[in-house]
Ligand binder design. Structure first.
Ligand SMILES: Cc1cc2nc3c(=O)[nH]c(=O)nc-3n(C[C@H](O)[C@H](O)[C@H](O)COP(=O)(O)O)c2cc1C
Length: 354
C-alpha cells in the first residue's frame, strides 16, 4: 500500500490515498455554499487529491459552529453544492461531505472575529443544545440538555441531510463525531452526564451515534461509502480514550461504516495535547488493526515521504491533510513527482510538470 495506489471502497475508487480534510471556511450566509467554496474545493480537486471533502455542513441551523458555517438543512442548499460536486468529479476527484452538529459549541464566532458566544443581535441563536447542560467554557454558550423525544428529530435531521447530499452528487458521507461537537459530546463522560439511556455506561454513551449511523446508512446508497470521524482520545484522564474508540469502531463496522477517520481532542478546553508530526497516526493504526476497519490518519502530515510511510507501514488506508493543502493545493501533484509516481496532471497545467 502506498500513497498513489488507488483505493476502492464499496463502489467508489479514489485515484490515490490523499484526502482533503474537512475545513470550515466560515464563508456562508444562511448555510449556502458560495463561489468561495467552488474555487476552494475545486482548486484542491485540480491539485490532484483523490478525495475532496467539504467542511462540516450543519444538519440543523442551530447546529452550526458559527453563523457563517456551511449548511445542508434545507433543499435550497442543494443547487450550489451540486455545482461544486460536478466540478470536483470532473477533475477526477471524489466529492465528499462532512455532516455535523456543533452541540454546545454552536453560535460562536468565526476565528478571525474573536472568541466565544455570538448573540442573536449579531446572527447567533439562543437554543444551544447538548447531552447535558454544561458549557464548554466560560466564554461559550450555556447549553440545555436535549430531551429524549428530541433525539428522534435530530436523527431525522441527519437522514434528511443525507438525502440532500445524494441529490447534490456527493459520493462519500462522513458523520462528524469528533472535536467536541454534539455526537462526541454524547460519547465522552466529560460532557455527557445524563442518567437516562443515553448517558452513563459506554453502551449508553455510544447509543446516539449508533442510531445516527444506522439511520444514515439506511438512507445512503449501498454503493457509496460512509465514514465517521471520531476523536480517538480526549487527552484527559477519565475521558473518552483509545480503548473505547476501538470498541466503538468495531460496533460501527458492523453497522456498515467503511472507514474511521481518527482525529483527537476538542471536548474540553485546556487538555494537554502532544502536537507534532504523526501525533495521531497511532490511533488510526490501533483502530485499523484491533477493530478490523479501514482508517484514515490526520494531523500534522506535511511531507510526501511522511504520508507515504504512514500507508506503507499499514497505519492507515488513507491520509487526510488539512493545513498543508491550504498552503499548497497542488501538494498531491508535487508529491507524485517527489515519490516518482506517475500521475495525470490537468492538461491545462501539463507544461508545468517538472
Ligand atoms: C481552518 C480549519 C478548519 C477546520 N474545520 C474542520 C471541520 O469542519 N471539520 C473537522 O472535522 N475538522 C476541521 N478541522 C480540522 C482538520 O480537518 C484537521 O483534522 C486538523 O487541522 C489537523 O490536520 P492538519 O495538521 O493537516 O491541519 C479544521 C482545521 C482547520 C485548519
Amino acid at each position: 500500500m502506498h500513497l498513489f495506489e488507488p483505493f476502492t471502497v464499496r463502489g467508489v475508487t479514489l485515484r490515490n490515498r490523499i484526502a482533503v480534510s474537512p475545513m470550515c471556511q466560515y464563508s456562508s450566509t444562511d448555510g449556502f455554499a458560495t463561489d468561495w467554496h467552488l474555487v476552494h474545493l475545486g482548486t484542491r480537486a485540480v491539485g490532484g487529491a483523490g478525495l475532496v471533502m467539504t467542511e462540516a455542513a450543519a444538519v440543523e441551523a442551530r447546529g452550526r459552529i458559527s453563523p457563517q458555517d456551511l449548511g445542508i438543512w434545507q433543499d435550497g442548499h442543494i443547487e450550489k453544492l451540486a455545482q461544486i460536486t460536478h466540478f470536483i468529479a470532473e477533475q477526477g476527484a471524489v466529492p465528499a461531505i462532512q455532516l455535523a452538529h456543533a452541540g454546545r459549541k454552536a453560535s460562536t464566532s468565526r476565528p478571525w472575529e474573536g472568541d466565544g458566544v455570538v448573540t442573536p443581535e449579531l446572527g447567533g441563536w439562543e437554543d444551544v443544545v447538548a447531552p447535558s447542560a454544561i458549557a464548554f467554557s466560560d466564554s461559550y454558550p450555556q447549553p440545555r440538555a436535549l430531551e429524549i423525544p428530541e433525539l428522534k428529530g435530530l436523527i431525522q435531521s441527519f437522514v434528511e441531510a443525507t438525502k440532500r447530499a445524494l441529490a447534490a452528487g456527493f459520493q462519500v458521507v462522513e458523520v462528524h463525531a469528533a472535536h467536541g461537537y454534539l455526537l462526541h459530546e454524547f460519547l465522552s463522560p466529560l460532557s455527557n452526564q445524563r442518567t437516562d439511556d443515553y448517558g452513563g455506561s459506554f453502551e449508553n454513551r455510544i447509543r446516539l451515534l449508533k442510531e445516527v449511523v444506522t439511520a444514515v446508512r439506511a438512507q445512503w446508497p449501498e454503493r457509496y461509502p460512509l465514514f465517521v470521524r471520531i476523536s480517538a482520545t480526549d487527552w484527559v484522564e477519565g475521558g473518552w480514550d483509545i480503548e473505547q474508540s476501538i470498541e466503538l469502531s468495531r460496533q460501527l463496522a458492523e453497522l456498515g461504516v467503511d472507514l474511521i477517520d481518527a482525529s483527537s481532542g476538542g471536548v474540553v478546553s485546556g487538555a494537554k495535547i502532544p502536537i507534532g508530526a504523526g501525533y495521531q497516526t497511532s490511533f488510526a493504526e490501533r483502530i485499523r488493526k484491533e477493530a478490523g476497519i479501514a482508517t484514515s490518519a490526520v494531523g500534522m502530515i506535511t511531507s510526501a515521504q511522511q504520508a507515504d510511510h504512514i500507508l506503507r507501514i499499514g497505519q492507515a488506508d488513507l491520509v487526510m491533510l488539512a493545513r498543508q493543502l491550504l498552503r499548497d493545493p497542488y501538494w498531491p501533484l508535487m508529491a507524485a513527482v517527489t515519490l516518482r509516481q506517475g500521475t495525470v496532471w490537468p492538461s491545462q497545467y501539463e507544461r508545468a510538470k517538472p
